[in-house]
Design a protein. Structure first.
Lengths: 283, 329
């Protein structure tokens, strides 16, 4: 190879590196959330006073509000009914988790007023139920369930300070999330564009509860991360798919990942709130 | 050629033949166990014939997929027969519909397999079972049906859309719903690379089609299902070979066989439709013997031409039959 050719190659390599011929991020940690730029107060125009930042509601890339019903097409017998005690199939419990699952006592839960253990945040959306999502205020999305009558608040602007007392639904921090999309062969430079959008919710500070109604446990140390995606079908059906990751160093060997689908309903006509209720397992 | 060269040549040929024989032992001819017989169809798909019906089995590196699990009595032989063609775990069961001659073996076959969890782990629970939603409801007792099986045989997964896709053993596996045909929960399973279709009881070439009106079956839905099979199948040469169709009962067929069967069903349907249009009663229609020329081929003591005629008549004259609208195929 001649010296001039070698020099040209080196120069080309440096140039490509400089202008952003960056390899896409591979696997692992997702890229940081990239919220849309503020619509007001962007500056740039002379004399335009900076306005308040847009609210989470105004920034919403997808509309999650409305009544939705869960559609159970997988794990029917573990979700629609109370499985037998000790039936922990597919949940990556460690030895301690198995032991605790084997100690489940429905009558004791009833006596202790703890039937809502099966309706805690980490297990809630795996249950067959309806959800109702509304904006409580411009920075708080509210998710209610008919079965179990639970209320979760997704805080886009969480107040500073300690989280307070643990609850079944814990403390959920939310933010809109857009995944960077590669363009073509990855030569798009500047990291590609943003497409679609979903809601990412991280929940901590939960009371210990159940991943399934038959006492498959998660602990107070559990962290729940959820991604809410919306997709609209050509036939007019509207769907939310929630991908949920439960991490629990106390009872799980590895993250427990599931996804659940919810179909939009026209109105509240099928909304029938009922308190936390757990049927006895089949013998 | 002198003698030495000839002898050396013979020795060399014998040696080569020995090496080849060691390198490629004769393929074992699978036969089956007990009441179940194994028949290799194409690529990694096998038909297993049991006393109450057929199963279709896909074997490969990922494991075993079983379409229909026969009767409870035949299920142990089914599992044993599968073990003669693969030592991989049974991962999936697909039920083409809910009737017991295709599903009562679910608990035994599932228990001998390994669950493909919908979480990110595997283990416990037996092989996963997939069916159309209405079949699930019958199998788990949610719908009042004699098809209910023990809990270990309930489908773990269901679908309610036109088609459920998965990729297994190196090929697309398309489970396609056939509305209101043999029942309202029918599915056919298309192994796309192997080019084999498990048709369930939408196609039963050894008999007239059974139309289970109490479970949502209909003559027009059944004909639509047969036409779907013909759409999917491609013959190799002179209308023979190519895509193989494993019926719920009877021998392995190709597209031409399905075509003949579809023609028979359609002709009988049209004859009865004409008689219905003339306001004939069921008894009058039976007396007209619209299946006369087919009874020798498709009639059997357990399901006679008269029984088929009655099912078609009732299907066509049902006051509200949603399947009557789905005859466009």
């Amino acid at each position: 190879m001649s010296k001039s050719l070698l020099l040209a190659l080196i120069v080309a390599t440096v140039l490509l590196t400089t202008i952003g011929f960056a390899a896409p991020q591979a696997g692992g940690t997702p890229p940081p959330a990239q919220n849309p730029p503020p619509q007001g107060g962007r500056g740039g125009g002379r004399g335009a006073p900076p306005g308040p930042p847009p609210t989470a509601q105004a920034q919403a890339p997808i509309d999650l509000t409305g009544y939705w019903v869960s559609v159970v097409t997988e794990d029917w017998r573990w979700r629609m009914l109370t499985p037998a005690k000790g039936d922990t199939a597919s949940v990556p419990l460690n030895a301690e988790g198995q032991r605790v699952a084997g100690m489940w006592d429905l009558e004791k839960d009833k006596a202790d007023g703890n039937l809502c253990r099966a309706f805690g945040a980490a297990g809630l959306l795996r249950l067959p139920l309806r959800i109702h999502i509304t904006w409580q205020d411009a920075s708080t999305l509210k998710l209610e369930t008919d079965s179990g009558q639970q209320t979760r608040l997704f805080l886009f602007a969480p107040p500073a300070g300690p989280a307070g007392e643990r609850t079944w639904q814990g403390r959920s921090i939310a933010r809109w999330f857009k995944q960077t999309q590669l363009e073509g062969l990855g030569f798009g430079g500047r990291g590609g564009s943003l497409a679609g959008g979903n809601l990412r919710v991280t929940t901590t500070n939960m009371r210990a509860g159940y991943l399934r109604k038959n006492g498959v446990p998660y602990s107070e140390d559990a962290v729940l991360t959820e991604y809410f995606n919306r997709h609209d079908e050509p036939n007019g059906d509207r769907w939310i798919t929630v991908t949920r990751v439960v991490e629990d160093p106390k009872y799980l060997m590895m993250p427990f990942i599931t996804s659940e689908s919810f179909k939009k309903e026209a109105d509240a006509s099928k909304w029938k709130p009922t308190p936390c209720q757990v049927d006895p397992p089949r013998s | 050629m002198n003698k030495r060269v000839a002898v050396a040549g013979v020795i060399a040929l014998v040696s080569v033949a020995r090496v080849l024989a060691q390198a490629t032992p004769p393929a074992a001819k699978p036969d089956g166990v007990g009441s179940v017989h194994v028949w290799p169809v194409q690529r990694n798909i096998y038909a297993l014939f049991g006393p109450g019906g057929n199963s279709t089995v896909s074997i490969g590196d990922e494991g075993v997929l079983v379409v229909d699990t026969m009767t409870a009595e035949a299920a142990p032989d089914l599992v044993a027969s599968i073990r003669t063609i693969s030592n991989k775990p049974i991962r999936w069961i697909i039920n083409t519909h809910s009737h017991r001659d295709h599903t009562a073996g679910n608990p035994v076959v599932s228990k001998s397999g390994v669950y493909v969890a919908t979480g990110n782990t595997r283990g416990g629970g037996g092989a996963s079972i997939l069916s159309f939603e209405s079949a699930l409801m019958r199998l788990n007792g949610s719908a009042n049906s004699p098809d209910k099986v023990a809990e270990g045989g309930w489908p773990t997964d269901s679908f309610f859309v036109k088609q459920k896709d998965m990729f297994f053993n190196g090929e697309p596996v398309l489970t396609i719903h056939v509305p209101n045909a043999h029942t309202d929960g029918d599915a056919i399973v298309f192994f796309r690379r192997s080019d084999v279709i498990a048709a369930g009881d939408v196609f039963t070439p050894d008999r007239y089609p059974v139309i289970d009106l109490t479970e949502g079956g209909s003559i027009n839905g059944l004909i639509a299902g047969l036409n779907l099979l013909i759409e999917l199948a491609v013959p190799e040469f002179n209308e023979e070979g190519g895509t193989m169709i494993i019926p719920g009962h009877g021998r392995v067929c190709d597209e031409s066989d399905v075509g003949d069967y579809r023609d028979m069903v359609t002709i009988v349907r049209d004859r009865i439709q004409d008689l219905v249009a003339k306001k004939m009663t069921l008894e009058q229609v039976k007396a007209a013997r619209p299946t006369f020329d087919y009874d020798g081929v498709y009639g059997s003591p357990t399901y006679t031409g008269d029984m088929f005629v009655e099912a078609v008549y009732r299907s066509l004259t049902a006051a509200s039959n949603p399947a009557q609208r789905s005859t466009s195929r």
